[in-house]
Design a protein around this ligand. Structure first.
Ligand code: TRP
Length: 465
């Protein structure tokens, strides 16, 4: 087989894949989803979705990528046929659309870091108003931050898998972990942290319904970067000697741990600020409104240090994720259309930045985009609509189609053979049975259910349960 330049080591792949997984999804989204959806009960559901469905799908993606040595479109074509190529292409499209709005939020994080570290953000009187004004009126600044973030991403991706993605991930991931643990140690010493922990660890099962299951599954897919071929792409860059099962297990555990730790950081900070908060009212503003309030209350010096550190952490986590989101369409252009890497990366970066403009303007700046369409109980802004279509619906659909593809076309036996390279005891093991049973039966049923109920609820306003 033609050799393909890729990750130089197992650690390099694990750092990059964990970097892709760990992102805004873990630190910005997971804590408020958990707070809204019943604390411990959601945590439990999320754990089940991650290990029962997420892990086997991750193994499937990585092995398909390594087997075919190409981008998602090429991978489905090569292991299947032309028609299946469309599924890979849909994944590439999801990547483009997810990055378009993800980059906007990553830009906010970078902006908050800069304005806390070098400006006077923390001396505001009303952080809710500040955030509202930031995203709806300071269009010039948020465009600059979004450009900066996309540029930073492109400059890394253009250097290639080994010199760019791998090198950066190996530095940023340990740094992220250290910052996170440092912040948690501090948060746990604050008054009332016990109250927050109680909410976090006590499952309220009455909160579980089809909606929370969908949210947990959507969160697991988004957080693990599954369902659009990011791990097909990264998998195409690893060697045949690598043990796919153990690598995927490490990446899954790392991702879940960071989400768990982000909750462990955020929830005590909330109860420090207000001992009896209404957790269910937490939303996307949690990180940008509640946290700056907490940082401000720590005094001008400590607040600045802890606050700037936190938003640096958030930006770093986002960066290793935007890298993977940009690598997928880039690898598509490079592998399928023989475009040179620099041309592919920079033209995609510009295109995706432009596609993100309506999302950027949909947080209050332009009324038409802010109340773009109405479904699921009210008007939705453009960013939310794109997120609903391409991540909430698109990613579980991608996982569903991958499962069907493996069972019907590529065949589980071919996948087992691929996995057994680098893991000689795999065939015949309990792990093989678990992976095959999940991909053949459990995942199509559960993901099918999630896909249908989400589609009906989000786009057609029909609630089945
Ligand atoms: N997993 C990242 C996060 O949690 C986001 C992300 C990066 C992603 N690459 C992806 C999501 C691919 C879906 C697909 O923030």
């Amino acid at each position: 087989m033609a050799s393909r330049s890729g990750f130089s080591s197992r650690i390099g792949f694990i750092a990059a894949a964990a970097g892709s997984a760990v992102g805004l999804g873990n630190i910005w989204r997971f804590p408020y989803e958990t707070a809204q959806n019943g604390g411990g009960a959601f945590l439990l559901l999320y754990l089940i979705c991650t290990f029962l469905i997420g892990f086997p799908i991750m193994v499937g993606e990585i092995s398909l990528g390594r087997n075919t040595q190409t981008d998602p479109f090429g991978a489905y074509k090569k292991a299947g046929n032309k028609n299946w190529g469309f599924v890979g292409f849909f994944g590439v499209l999801c990547g483009i659309m997810i990055l378009s709005f993800y980059n906007v939020i990553a830009g906010w994080s970078l902006g908050y870091f800069i304005q806390i570290a070098f400006g006077d953000l923390l001396s505001q009187a009303d952080f809710g108003a500040y955030f509202g004004n930031f995203v709806s009126n300071e269009i010039g600044s948020i465009i600059v931050y979004a450009i900066l973030f996309m540029l930073l991403t492109a400059v890394i991706v253009v250097r290639g898998v080994q010199d760019g993605i791998e090198t950066v991930a190996k530095i940023l991931m340990p740094m992220l972990f250290l910052i996170l643990v440092g912040l948690i140690v501090y948060a746990l010493t604050l008054p009332n942290s016990g109250k927050g922990l109680e909410y976090y660890f006590t499952p309220d099962f009455s909160k579980i319904n089809i909606g929370t299951i969908n949210s947990a599954m959507g969160q697991a897919f988004f957080s693990l970067s599954l369902g659009m071929g990011a791990l097909i792409t990264y998998g195409s860059y690893i060697s045949k000697k690598e043990n796919i099962i153990s690598s995927a297990a490490i990446v899954t555990t790392a991702d879940m741990s960071v989400a768990f730790l982000a909750g462990l950081l955020m929830i005590p900070l909330i109860t420090f600020q207000n001992p009896d908060p209404d957790f269910t009212s937490a939303g996307p503003g949690l990180v940008f409104i509640v946290l700056p309030e907490v940082f401000a209350s720590m005094g001008p010096v400590l607040g600045k240090v802890i606050g700037a550190t936190f938003f640096l952490l958030l930006s770093v986590a986002a960066l290793t994720s935007t890298i993977s989101l940009l690598e997928v369409p880039s690898s598509y252009l490079i592998d399928e259309h023989k475009v040179k890497r620099p041309v592919a990366v920079f033209s995609l970066a510009i295109l995706i930045f432009l596609l993100g403009i309506p999302s950027l303007l949909s947080q209050g700046a332009v009324p038409f985009l802010t109340e773009f369409v109405s479904y699921g109980g009210g008007p939705k802004d453009f960013l939310t609509v794109i997120n609903d279509i391409f991540s909430e619906i698109g990613l579980p659909l991608g996982g569903l189609l991958l499962s069907i593809f493996i069972s019907t076309t590529w065949k589980n036996s071919k996948m087992s053979e691929e996995i057994s390279s680098g893991n000689s005891k795999y065939i015949g093991s309990g792990m093989e049975t678990f992976i095959n049973v999940t991909i053949r039966y459990i995942s199509p049923i559960l993901l099918g259910l999630v896909f249908i109920t989400n589609l009906l609820e989000k786009l057609f306003d029909v609630s089945l349960f």
